[in-house]
Design a protein around this ligand. Structure first.
Ligand code: 8Y7
Length: 268
């Protein structure tokens, strides 16, 4: 089996709500320092987001999201060539982020939230990550239900891919992501991880975003800051399932896990 070229996306959250002074100056410096760390650890892509997408999170106003993300993208781009993805569901944020030097759109709504997003994709031709989510961040963890989670997510992507290619988007620009934790119970998440290879049948790169997520806490009892070693194990397993991009907080541990999984996969 070949696993060549698995890429690691380092997570850069710019969400000042976690700081007591609420100041964006503080979050700007912290974000830049974190970006330097992710790049030094070997991130292939930086995913920059200014919109909290945790379950039950309140939406972030446009001006606030722009103020959080655009200066950080500009500052990173002045210093580094590392590809940047903009984690947003808003067309205006995506447009300004791309103008500031971002290269990829990471839209957790799979281009369903903002009708203007399609034009941004058509105008710029950048790659787009389409993530599956049942519901919205505000209600997604209220009794998620599927008859067959893998089949339904495959169908969701077939429909999204058909709609977007009919709208003029090149199929080769699309990346699919099952959206671990977005409107899924523990057993839904585990089924998706077990059958991840079935998503590769779409013929598009698959991205996995499992880092430190609640399903790991549910299985282990570990707090969020203590989940990086279990995240790395899931990363190694996902390499065997054929994923192309792994979205994580701890890039250094992921790099080691991917190298190990690739070495085993390429043995005689
Ligand atoms: C994902 C994501 C988050 C994911 C993609 C977290 C922004 C929650 N998760 N984007 N974003 N896939 N594509 O815990 O799984 O990181 S936010």
């Amino acid at each position: 089996m070949t696993t060549a070229g698995v890429r690691i996306m380092g997570i850069l959250n710019v969400t000042p709500d976690s700081f007591s002074d609420g100041g964006t100056f503080n979050s700007f410096d912290l974000a830049l320092a974190q970006a330097e760390r992710l790049i030094a650890d070997g991130a292939d892509i930086l995913d920059i987001g200014g919109e909290s997408t945790r379950p039950f999170a309140a939406p972030v106003p446009l001006a606030e999201e722009l103020q959080r993300t655009i200066p950080v993208i500009e500052a990173i781009r002045r210093r580094h060539d590392t590809p940047i993805s903009i984690d947003t569901t808003k067309a205006e944020v995506a447009r300004q982020a791309l103008a500031a030097g971002a290269d990829i759109i990471n839209d957790i709504s799979a281009l369903r939230h903002d009708p203007g997003m399609l034009d941004v994709v058509l105008d710029t031709g950048v790659p787009v990550i389409l993530m599956h989510m049942q519901g919205t961040p505000a209600d997604m963890q209220v009794e998620p239900h599927y008859d067959d989670v893998v089949a339904e997510i495959l169908l969701f992507f077939e429909e999204r891919i058909a709609a977007l290619t009919a709208g003029g988007v090149a199929r080769e620009r699309l990346i699919v992501d099952p959206g671990i934790g977005f409107g899924k119970t523990l057993s839904h998440n585990l089924s998706l991880l077990k059958h991840l290879h079935r998503l590769t049948a779409l013929g598009l790169p698959v991205l996995l975003g499992h880092s430190r997520k609640r399903f790991i806490g549910e299985l282990s009892g570990l707090a969020v800051q203590q989940r990086d070693h279990l995240t790395a194990i899931v990363s190694a397993l996902s390499v065997r399932e054929g994923v192309s991009i792994i979205r994580v907080h701890d890039v250094a541990a992921t790099r080691q896990a991917v190298r190990l999984a690739e070495a085993i996969a390429s043995a005689d």
